[in-house]
Design a protein around this ligand. Structure first.
Ligand code: FES
Ligand SMILES: [Fe+2]
Length: 432
């Protein structure tokens, strides 16, 4: 039974009741107690994306990041195993690593120099006499999260009982496989990360990755600054083949450029965009053959889809979009640009060009992301008013159907992906 939000009940409804299928209450963006419960029931219970394998290239490589609000370090040990460790000394709680990335033999706490190995074991304590018979060193390693990866996508969870990662991802793997093809035959590597904060709740960003509806509106200024072919490629509003699937577990995928969903499928008729003529000439001069050049150039904008993984990462066309909840109305976003891990004569010009495309949309002076961020902050401001008035996520309910694979599907401009994410949110927020 659907619960109607009213001025009388809105402040008293249980968090899970604030999601009602095709509508959600603004309180889920603004109530600090709900945020606390989300950290416990979602971010400390499910798989959270922490790194891409290319960020840990060698034994000893590490990356500092977060799982919910918990600072963690993702490390690669001497044997190549990946660990996710809570960045908190077991003595009196100091952080043991303040660098974002680097290479180390281990971590030594700056306060009293307890030192830990790359897999988190407590290795050394200065002046150990004071601990004889007091504690076992073996019990005092850095707290470790479960860590699993799928084709270089590394996730961690505090929940020792969570399902295996691949089960959690389910049909996402099919679309992740397509996403990974943009290396044009080479593995993908992180080529740069751009970080910014917006004053709004994390779910406003979560909704955005498969929100095709806003694209031609919010990104009109970006469309006006690109060549006609690029703008045309993204005019999916009226293309009936352009769909969004609910993949289960809160995940969804939205297709924007149907002919680039699977970059391995190429009937050879699509002309290469004139904007890449310079790149083509450079690759030719380096001796790269025409077949490979075509593959590299067709992959320049990434895949034709945005894949949204609940709760914190989007595999979004050509980059990862990672969200980190900071407080009920503050979220940090990282846009992680990607390129092929290829020999220098290919990698250098391709990555340079991919970086320019990334900056043009996602960069701080870009024509895309700053407009998105303005929209998100406005949702946060607006949602403070009239709390009984619902946020609507009902677009396309009239045309949803089940695809042969079993996925609830609608047009890419519909809110199917948001309904998927909120159904998962409701389920997790109902748990005790
Ligand atoms: S707080 Fe880390 S060694 Fe004391
Ligand atoms: Fe956008």
């Amino acid at each position: 039974m659907t619960i109607e939000f009213t001025a009388g009940n809105i402040h008293d409804l249980a968090p899970a009741d604030l999601v009602q299928g095709d509508r959600v209450a603004g309180r889920i963006y603004t109530d600090p107690e709900i945020f606390e419960l989300e950290m416990k029931n979602i971010f400390e219970k499910t798989w959270v994306w922490v790194a891409h394998e290319s960020e840990l290239p060698k034994p000893g490589s590490f990356k500092s990041t977060y799982v919910g609000r918990n600072a963690v370090i993702v490390t690669k040990d001497r044997k190549g195993a990946i660990h996710t460790l809570v960045n908190r000394c077991r003595h009196r709680g100091a952080s043991v690593c303040e660098q974002r990335t680097g290479n180390a033999n281990g971590f030594t706490c700056p306060y009293h120099a307890w030192s830990y190995s790359l897999d988190g074991k407590l290795r050394g304590i200065p002046y150990p006499e004071g601990y004889e018979g007091v504690m076992n060193k073996e019990d005092m390693g850095l707290q470790k999260l479960r860590t699993e990866s799928y084709r270089g996508l590394i996730f961690a969870t505090f929940n020792q009982d969570a399902e295996p990662l691949e089960e959690f991802l389910g049909d996402v793997t099919l679309w992740a496989d397509h996403f990974l093809k943009q290396g044009a035959g080479y593995p993908l590597k992180v080529i740069g990360t751009q970080r910014f904060k917006f004053n709004g709740n994390w779910k406003i960003q979560l909704e955005n990755t498969t929100d095709g509806y806003h694209f031609p509106i919010v990104h009109r200024s970006w469309m006006a600054t690109v060549d006609a072919e690029t703008a045309d490629m993204l005019s999916f509003m009226t293309d009936p083949e352009s769909t969004c699937h609910d993949l289960g577990n809160g995940h969804s995928v939205m297709h924007m450029v149907p002919e680039h969903i699977d970059l391995d499928v190429d009937d050879g008729t699509e002309p290469l965009q004139a904007r890449f003529d310079g790149l083509v000439a450079e690759l030719k001069q380096a001796g790269v053959d025409d077949v490979e050049i075509r593959k590299l150039v067709r992959s320049m904008h990434g895949t034709g889809s945005n894949l949204n993984l609940f709760p914190n990462v989007g595999l979004s066309s050509a980059f990862f979009r990672v969200l980190r909840p900071v407080s009920v109305d503050e979220t940090v976003i990282e846009h992680v640009a990607l390129g092929p891990d290829a020999p220098p004569e290919i990698a250098e010009p391709v990555i340079r060009e991919r970086m320019r495309i990334h900056e043009h949309f996602q960069g701080p002076f870009g024509f895309g992301t700053p407009d998105d961020a303005e929209g998100w902050a406005r949702v946060q401001r607006g949602a403070q008013a009239s709390p009984e008035m619902p946020i609507m996520v009902n677009r396309g309910l009239n045309r949803e159907y089940k695809a042969p694979e079993g996925w609830v599907t609608s047009h890419s401009t519909d809110e199917t992906g948001m309904r998927a994410a909120y159904a998962k949110w409701k389920e997790m927020m109902s748990n005790d």
